[in-house]
Structures are given as structure tokens and as C-alpha cells.
Design a binder for this molecule. Structure first.
Ligand SMILES: Nc1nc2c(c(=O)[nH]1)N[C@H]1C(S)=C(S)[C@@H](COP(=O)(O)O)O[C@H]1N2
Ligand SMILES: [Mo]
Length: 318
């Protein structure tokens, strides 16, 4: 029997991406619940301030790790999103952005570390450390963008919490708030959304915790007030709206791996040689462009990160 729920957020199957459709079909079976341009803008002050934490954005440094590729326009970055807590269609997160309450916000730090506790953003996001990092983001759905993030190096933040020698991995969780977040009222994924990295991946200087983009605070739909950005992995590793960080000895569970273990591994490095079981990863469409481009190993960051995986069979550890 099919039961209709949450009518307001019902989606037609034709509106959702292949991958969600497929995952959802399995969920139907399991639960018997029907689920159904501007160019780069120079004047940063054009953008409305979106209130989150009280962070000072006055002195953002440029990073040597930035790409010099053409930026994806602000409008595309903020209205073409994946944030299933706010809906499954690409336009839903912007439309539902107001359902995410980002004030007040704190982050719980737990597990294998010497400084666990409940922190405010201001406790570990130091304004003097804020950098602009222009990174490619490559979604597993084979589209990509170039995004000017504002953030701090993840490794520096993690060191602040003093991980012990048992901390081999770090896991991140998005907030769980089904009363406010429409997407969490359905079993699309195992909520809350969670992700993880091996500790040496997390400590790599390319990993950042982003608090802004285009020189201003993060819009809610992009994961305000705090999100991970791991540029050499598929977009889904870059978990949004983080409320907890847990250091673990064992490899932690990740939402997409739980949802489809054959399709989404723990590592999820951008790898044109390992197809997703249902589509190729050889090419990608840069949002705003007509012709597809070749996808580069590690999303073009191979020189910096390939060493992390020396001796590993990346077809097995996908
Ligand atoms: N909490 C949470 N984080 C998430 C997601 C999500 O659905 N929920 N989607 C992921 C996916 S699939 C991608 S491609 C990126 C998209 O980031 P953007 O919308 O800022 O471009 O966020 C990732 N982080
Ligand atoms: Mo994605």
C-alpha cells in the first residue's frame, strides 16, 4: 500500500535526479511510504548579508590554493543546490532556506580528543585566519562549479581540539531538526546527514571549513553557518550545516554509503576511471557551459593529494 505524506513537499518523480529516484524506489519498498546569469560579480557588497554567527569578514586573505578559472555566478551557486534537508529539487534549498535556523549555533566536539565540548563558531573560526579559497566543486551527478569560498583550514581547527593518537578518522553531522527541515520528515536518507574523512585527509591543507562565499556569510542553502569543503572529492562529502564533529578510531558511517553502498564508497575521490554503476564519471558539465569537459582525477587536485592514496587500489576503495 502506498501512503501519501507531507503533501506540501511531495515531488513528482520526474523532478528528482536519477540517483534520488533510485534510492527512493528502494525506500518505497522498504518502508511502503510514497515519496513521491550574471558573470563573476566584482562588488561583494551587492550581496545581502545573511545572518548567522557573528563573524568578522573584514580581512579575508587570498589563498595560494585558489584556481584562476572563471567563477560560477553567485546566482547559480545559490539557486542550484543539493541540500536534501531542504528538498530534493535543485531549486528547493533556496526556496526553503528560511526553514534552517542558524542563530544561535554551536558545534559539539566529541570522541578521541583532549578538548571535547560545545563550541561557538567564534571560538574556533578566527577572523584573522579567514581566507578566500576558489575551488572547483564536482558533484557525483556530473556537473561542476567554481566557488569562491571563505573559510579556514580544517586541520588547524581540528588541532585546536587536540585529537588523541586513537583519532584515525573524523566524522561530521548536520543538524537534525525535522520540525523545521521539511526534507527530514521523509526517509530519503538516514538522518542526520553524516560524513567522514580519514584523519590525514582531514588534515590536508586543501580541506576547509567554509563560513562564506563571494566574500559574505554563507547563504543557508549552501550550508550556513559552517560546512566542510573537500575539493578533490565528490560534492556530497562536503557536508553542510555542521553541528557535531566526532573523532573516531574506526571508519565512520556516511549517509550516502548507508543509502547505496555499491554506488557511494567511503573515499569518494573524484575519479573519471571509476564509473558510478548507473552513469559515467568521465565528463562533467560546468554549470553555465554548453559542452561537457573531461573530468580530471581528484578533480584536478592530483598533484596535491594523490600521495594520500599511494598503494591503495582506488577501484576497490571508491
Ligand atoms: N547536510 C547536507 N550536506 C550536503 C548535502 C545534503 O543534502 N545535505 N548535499 C551534498 C551534495 S550531493 C553536494 S553536490 C554539495 C552541494 O553544495 P552546494 O549546494 O553548496 O553547491 O553539498 C553536499 N552537502
Ligand atoms: Mo552532489
Amino acid at each position: 500500500m502506498l501512503i501519501k505524506i507531507a503533501k506540501k513537499y511531495d515531488v513528482k518523480e520526474s523532478h528528482v535526479t536519477d540517483e534520488v529516484l533510485y534510492i527512493n524506489r528502494r525506500k518505497f519498498v522498504q518502508t511502503s511510504v510514497s515519496v513521491a546569469a550574471l558573470t563573476a560579480i566584482p562588488a561583494l557588497t551587492l550581496f545581502p548579508r545573511i545572518e548567522s554567527a557573528e563573524l568578522d569578514f573584514k580581512s579575508i586573505k587570498k589563498s595560494k590554493y585558489s584556481t584562476d578559472e572563471e567563477l560560477t555566478p553567485f546566482d547559480d551557486i545559490t539557486r542550484y543546490n543539493n541540500f536534501y534537508e531542504l528538498g530534493l529539487k535543485k531549486g528547493d534549498p533556496k526556496r526553503n532556506a528560511h526553514h534552517l535556523k542558524v542563530k544561535p549555533w554551536s558545534v559539539k566536539v566529541e570522541g578521541e580528543c583532549k578538548k571535547p565540548g560545545e563550541y561557538n563558531l567564534e571560538d574556533f573560526i578566527l577572523p584573522s585566519k579567514l581566507e578566500e579559497r576558489i575551488y572547483r566543486l564536482r558533484c557525483v551527478e556530473a556537473w561542476s562549479m567554481v566557488i569562491p569560498w571563505v573559510g579556514v583550514e580544517l586541520g588547524a581547527v581540528l588541532k585546536h581540539f587536540q585529537p588523541t593518537s586513537k583519532a584515525k578518522y573524523v566524522q561530521f553531522f548536520t543538524l537534525y531538526d525535522p520540525e523545521n527541515l521539511p526534507g527530514q520528515r521523509r526517509p530519503v536518507l538516514d538522518w542526520p546527514y553524516r560524513e567522514g574523512l580519514r584523519i590525514d585527509e582531514a588534515m590536508h591543507p586543501l580541506c576547509i571549513l567554509a563560513v562564506g562565499l563571494y566574500g559574505n556569510e554563507l547563504p543557508n542553502q549552501n550550508g550556513a553557518p559552517l560546512r566542510l569543503v573537500v575539493p578533490w572529492k565528490y560534492g556530497f562529502k562536503s557536508i553542510k550545516s555542521i553541528v557535531s564533529i566526532r573523532f573516531t578510531e574506526d571508519q565512520p558511517a556516511t549517509s550516502w554509503n548507508l543509502a547505496g553502498p555499491r554506488e557511494y564508497g567511503f573515499y569518494s575521490n573524484v575519479n573519471p576511471d571509476v564509473d558510478h554503476p548507473r552513469w559515467s564519471q568521465k565528463k562533467e558539465r560546468r554549470i553555465g557551459e554548453v559542452f561537457k569537459r573531461r573530468t580530471l582525477p581528484f578533480n584536478g587536485y592530483a598533484d596535491q593529494v594523490a600521495g594520500l592514496y599511494e598503494g591503495m587500489d582506488l577501484a576497490r576503495y571508491y
